[in-house]
Write a protein that binds this ligand. Sequence first.
Ligand code: SAM
Length: 237
Amino acid sequence: MINKAFLKDCAEKFGVFLDDTALERFDIYARRLIEKNLVMNLTAITEPDEIVIKHFTDSLSVLSCVDIPAGAKIIDVGTGAGFPGVPLLFVRPDLNVTLLDGTGKKLAFIGEALDETGLRAETVHLRAEEAGRKPEYRERFDFAAARAVAGLSELAEYCLPLVKVGGTFVAMKSARADSETGEAKNAVLTLGGGKTEIKRFFLPDNSERSLVIIKKVSQTPTKYPRSSANIAKRPLR
Ligand code: SAM
């Protein structure tokens, strides 16, 4: 299915070494993704080399830009078909990974595919703004990561309430991260975020990506996250 040598090479460009076990897990996951995508809408990316670059390597870029200690608790907000959380788990089975999405069917797919790889992650079927008001998820994670879920201001309201003080929120963005980061500056501060760093890089197909890395420096005020309707209608500025 996937070209394992190509995946290994792509990952190594990001400083990530994949052993045979990890490569086999990626292969199983790609097979299941392509198969399931025939009967439900999981991804627009279905060609194996594209899956390697745009789903797997892009997800792994987080590991080359952010230092994640062993055993850290990480939540992937709006994981969809499992990105970036599943590739992170394949490379770092020591991590305590939670995959959250508002769509249960996608989480069911992830659960089945992960079973075949012998790894486990907690799946949470909630909207992020609901999870952020529940004590079992609020300020419980060392890291929150999200890709292709919402604009940064909205995304910060989904993700920062879930991160512990001292933890990190990583927003995976395309090349246009600068203006979004500027527009979201006040939202980030309001929600307990502090120092923000943007790391830019190119995927093996030369498409540009950015990671916006935000430290959580103080508790999120209890009025956040607001309801879905308020977040959408009145994004924090
Ligand atoms: N992160 C994956 C990726 O990059 O391939 C999926 C991206 S997909 C475009 C967006 C996903 O975010 C969908 O699965 C959707 O259900 C989920 N989502 C959007 N808003 C959400 C929210 N407020 N809470 C939970 N999930 C949300």
